[in-house]
Ligand binder design. Structure first.
Ligand SMILES: NC(=O)c1ccc[n+]([C@@H]2O[C@H](COP(=O)([O-])OP(=O)(O)OC[C@H]3O[C@@H](n4cnc5c(N)ncnc54)[C@H](OP(=O)(O)O)[C@@H]3O)[C@@H](O)[C@H]2O)c1
Length: 504
């Protein structure tokens, strides 16, 4: 396979394109054929040997990939060959293939394209966590974003606006500030040309800002801290300027403000359920086009070093992406969802990020809790035909579209009830993943009720919750899930049942 290799620690210019063997996978890993890789700030640190992780030389940079699974390790249960996935792999992404631990891999919703999948979660995940969990942002508050046209900065501008804040974006060029405005910034400050503190005082009528989002550090940190309102929150996100600021502590006292560290990677590791909730909410907003990442440029693998150099030279606005190989993105229609503030979406978010359980016993703590809702799946005539071919059930109500026009309500064929039922397993894998187990079998269905017929071309999705976890004398565990498959636009569900699974 082709890969961009870092053979000696240094800048982007020392990277070389090489033909190397495909990576071998371990039992807990999958091999991904990469279609696209997001370019992130740490990629430049990692090739210089300045990052918290120092891979063995030679290695490929690139920590955020999207592609298709081409092989799976024997301990991997819920991921399958051919699945479209994204992964936060740390490094190895500027290549045609990468081996990744299964627990770092997430399925890509059908409606999300590969380029978006490769460049979204890192930036939005960080900024959403910073604003939601760390700053506890409230509508009407004022947020000052430094480095606002960078990867995490632009995501913060867009999210803060969506969360009802007044956004002041700061960047080094007017071109960058124009993009910030298009993403919702109410005010802009060119911090190379204007006095940061004075401009904030003017914009806020001397009140100051409630939240500072700082991924830059360096010389802007002190004027930003001095621009804070009473009870403000200063979010320490990163040090893109290369300088960790040393600030006078008395400012925090005088302002009554909090200085808060943001470390999304650690949050994702330590507070997995909260992070999954965040990701589900973000996926929902992205799929409905309420958030839309700005792509600076799509580079080829051959030009990957140029992408890293552009990032170092502060040329990149939003996100740079490396597209690997020649392929065409299929056109995907956004899911129509009425625009609504983020806070309203929390309970209804449909997510394809499975809830991950580290072991069987964690399941018990989730009894009675919702696992979430899958994305919508369209029931096409082709799918119905395939089911008929597999089951030899060729009744005309399912297959004869002409006769259906005359004799069936709505003039449409209907899916076999058992087709809807069988899709519960497919939906199931979107919602739940259990690690450190030997095997997992979807064992049976209890209390199944077919309530409304599913007409061709309608969309269905499943919501599920854990109702019971039963440990058996032979060491296996029986898991009971309540599931309900709904039809878009209809009050009554298509199908409800209890799914029983055996875990060994
Ligand atoms: N805490 C976390 O969990 C977390 C997560 C993700 C990223 N980060 C950190 O956040 C920082 C920004 O990441 P990013 O992905 O947004 O990077 P980015 O896309 O390169 O954006 C950084 C922005 O910083 C500004 N900047 C000022 N001085 C700079 C310099 N000397 N070199 C480069 N940029 C400079 C640039 O904007 P102007 O030209 O407009 O000034 C640039 O747009 C990094 O330190 C990264 O490690 C932290």
């Amino acid at each position: 396979m082709k890969a961009i290799l870092c053979e000696n620690f240094g800048g982007p210019k020392q990277l070389v394109l090489q033909e190397i063997p495909s990576p071998l996978i371990k039992d807990d890993q999958v091999l991904i054929a990469i279609k696209a890789c997001g370019v992130n700030f740490p990629d430049n640190l990692i090739i210089q040997g300045k990052y918290q992780f120092k891979p063995e030389l030679p290695f490929s940079p690139g920590g955020e990939v999207a592609g298709e699974i081409v092989s799976i390790g024997k301990n991997v249960t819920y991921l399958k060959k051919g699945m479209r996935v994204l992964a936060l792999c740390g490094w190895g992404g500027f290549a045609e293939e990468v081996a990744v631990d299964a627990n770092r891999v997430l399925p890509i919703p059908d409606q999300m394209n590969m380029i978006n999948a490769a460049g979204t979660l890192y930036n939005y995940g960080t900024s959403y966590y910073a604003l939601k969990q760390k700053a506890a942002i409230k509508p009407g508050e004022t947020v000052l974003v430094l480095g606002a046209a960078g990867g995490v900065g632009l995501a913060a501008v867009e999210l803060a606006k969506k969360m009802g804040a007044i956004v002041i974006a700061c960047a080094s060029t007017n071109e960058k500030l124009e993009i910030c405005k298009s993403k919702g910034a109410d005010f802009t400050i060119n911090y190379l040309q204007e006095d940061l503190k004075k401009s904030v005082q003017e914009i806020t009528n001397k009140k100051g800002v409630d939240i500072v989002y700082d991924p830059v550090g360096g010389t802007y940190a002190e004027p930003a801290l001095r621009s804070m309102a009473w009870n403000g929150r200063y979010l320490v996100v990163g040090f893109a300027s290369g300088t960790i600021p040393e600030l006078p502590f008395n400012l925090a006292l005088l302002k009554g403000c909090s200085i808060i560290g943001v470390f999304w990677g650690a949050f994702a590791e330590r507070e997995q359920k909260e992070n999954q909730k965040n990701l589900g909410e973000l996926v929902n907003l992205l799929l409905s086009s309420q958030l839309k990442q700005h792509h600076h440029k799509i580079y080829s693998l051959e030009n990957a070093a140029e992408a890293l150099q552009d990032l170092l030279d502060r040329k990149v606005i939003g996100k740079a992406i490396i597209k690997i190989g020649e392929w065409v993105e299929k056109t995907i229609e956004p899911i129509p969802i009425e625009a609504s503030p983020i806070s309203d979406l929390k309970e209804t978010a449909s997510s394809t990020i499975p809830v991950v359980f580290k072991n069987k016993s964690e399941l018990k703590n989730h009894i009675g809790q919702n696992l979430g809702t899958t994305t919508w799946l369209k029931i096409t005539q082709e799918r119905i035909q395939q089911f008929a071919d597999a089951t030899l059930d060729f009744q005309w109500v399912h297959l004869d579209t002409e006769k259906a026009k005359t004799f069936l309500p709505g003039g449409k064929t209907i899916a076999h009830g058992y087709l809807t039922m069988s899709l519960a397993s497919q939906f199931f894998y979107q919602l739940i993943s259990i690690e450190n187990i030997n095997s997992f079998v979807n064992y049976g269905i209890n209390k199944a009720r077919f309530i409304s017929p599913v007409q061709v071309d309608s969309e269905i999705r499943m919501t599920a919750s854990i109702t019971q976890v039963e440990e058996l004398p032979n060491g296996s565990t029986k898991l009971f899930l309540n599931c309900s498959i709904e039809i878009k636009g209809q009050e009554k569900p298509a199908y409800v049942a209890e799914i029983i699974s055996m875990i060994f």
